[in-house]
Design a protein around this ligand. Structure first.
Ligand code: AMP
Ligand code: GLY
Length: 416
């Protein structure tokens, strides 16, 4: 039996930890730093910050045979390079590869170099250049801060004044450039694959819900809920998504970006075909919560095989999953006022994935915007939605949620 270390603290890491714990080969899953809710679902939180590389390396050396990195910050800062230099098995991209996520400018150049479809964008470094670009731009226009922003660095602007305000705000955030980008209309999909430079394991399509409120209103968030598989996408769209994953992986090899990891393509299926919104080099949150429960493979063996250069066909359970995120009512604003979190019943622990919680296992309170994810499953999307919302109702307490996770999946159409 072996132990695994998952780095991160959210519901994504809870889902990853669960997947590793389900392997007959795995005795214990540590999560650094994890959260106090994780102890309730059989995981072992370890109080080490995701950026404390030396402490993580020392812990991994002493206790585990595999480390898996959840969030983007340590990847962008070179955690995988540091583990590899220490001779430790780790699944994740190097710092050089992580630039596909950590720099939108780098990602845009990669897409252009490899002829991958994306929205047209102008990169500006100051207000005057930005204002000039906005004045020439059709509305709505999208303003994107470069660098990591936890999904919240993008503003869709309906007026020129709003665009200038968003630009001013983004430029004030530091010395990073800002992208002024064409708005893309359509249905969004997340397509993820685990890869190793030779082969890949492709997951079913998922759909996140980025806006805070029902009907895709309000500000962008880290993600309010997800479904997978997403039944609104046609077989042709699945093929297009697969082709973009493979073209991306081929482009990485061509550019000498070797190694293993997770590639996540944020796609918009527009009337003119699929366009890349972004790359992430990690599992998505909340996509992971609805992807991993479908997988029937031994997830530890699957990861080890990829690290060793081979792959396994994915065995899926054939069900559709719906994950709904319970958030602090003030999210994505100031969530510093802690609220009580309902302790799940023993039965609920099977579908409750804790994130922004603190306190003790039986007296949990909020510590962040996204507090936990609840998942439901069924033979159809409608059944999965019903189950997720029925399960969430007794756990919601003073928290908030979107009421419409998955609704777009029930209107089968090509685009919007
Ligand atoms: P990003 O960080 O680039 O993935 O953007 C976060 C979210 O903003 C995406 O998941 C989309 O929902 C939205 N978004 C980003 N770029 C665009 C665009 N060009 N047109 C429309 N929506 C966008
Ligand atoms: N679900 C969006 C993200 O993980 O970036």
């Amino acid at each position: 039996m072996v132990n695994v270390l998952v780095i991160g603290a959210g519901a994504r890491e809870a889902a990853l930890g669960r997947a590793y714990l389900a392997s007959p080969q795995v005795a214990q899953v540590y999560v650094a730093p994890g959260n106090p809710g994780m102890a309730l679902i059989g995981l072992t939180p370890v109080a080490i910050d995701v950026m404390a590389f030396d402490a993580l390396i020392a812990f991994a050396k002493a206790h585990v045979s595999l480390t898996f990195v959840g969030p983007e910050q340590p990847l962008a800062a070179g955690l995988v390079d540091a583990f590899e230099a220490a001779g430790l098995p780790v699944f994740g991209p190097t710092q050089a590869l992580a630039r596909l996520e950590s720099s939108k400018q780098f990602a845009k150049a990669f897409m252009a170099r490899h002829h991958l479809p994306t929205a047209k964008a102008t990169v500006v470094a100051d207000l005057a250049a930005g204002q000039a670009a906005i004045a020439k731009h059709a509305l709505p226009v999208v303003i994107k801060a470069d660098g990591l922003a936890a999904g919240k660095g993008v503003v869709v602007c309906e007026t020129e004044a709003a665009a200038v305000a968003a630009l001013t705000h983004a430029l004030a955030g530091g010395d990073k450039p800002v992208l002024i980008e064409d708005y893309l209309a359509g249905q969004e999909a997340s397509v993820l694959a685990m890869f190793n430079g030779r082969t890949r394991v492709l997951f079913p399509l998922a759909q996140d819900h980025k806006r805070r409120f029902a009907g895709d209103a309000g500000p962008n968030t880290g993600g309010m809920g997800a479904i997978s598989p997403a039944p609104q996408f046609t077989a042709a769209q699945h093929e297009q998504a697969t082709a973009l994953v493979d073209a991306t992986l081929a482009g990485m090899v061509e550019d000498g970006l070797s190694g293993c990891g997770v590639i996540y393509l944020g796609l918009m299926f527009t009337a003119a075909g699929p366009k890349l919104l972004e790359y992430n080099v990690r599992f998505g949150d909340p996509e992971t919560q609805v992807l991993l429960p479908q997988v029937q493979n031994d997830f530890y063996a699957l990861t080890q095989d990829l690290l060793a250069g081979s792959d396994q066909p994915l065995k899926l359970d054939g069900r559709t999953y719906c994950g709904v995120v319970a958030v602090h009512p003030a999210y994505p604003g100031d969530v510093s006022a802690a609220l009580p979190v309902v302790t799940p019943s023993a039965a609920a622990l099977d579908y409750w994935l804790p994130a922004g919680v603190s306190g003790t296992a039986n007296a949990l309170e909020t510590a962040g915007g996204r507090v936990f994810t609840v998942i439901g499953a069924g033979q159809t999307l409608a059944a999965a939605q019903l189950q997720a919302y029925a399960r969430l109702a007794p756990l919601l307490g003073q928290l908030a949620m979107r009421q419409d996770i998955g609704d777009k999946g029930r209107h089968v159409s090509g685009t919007a």
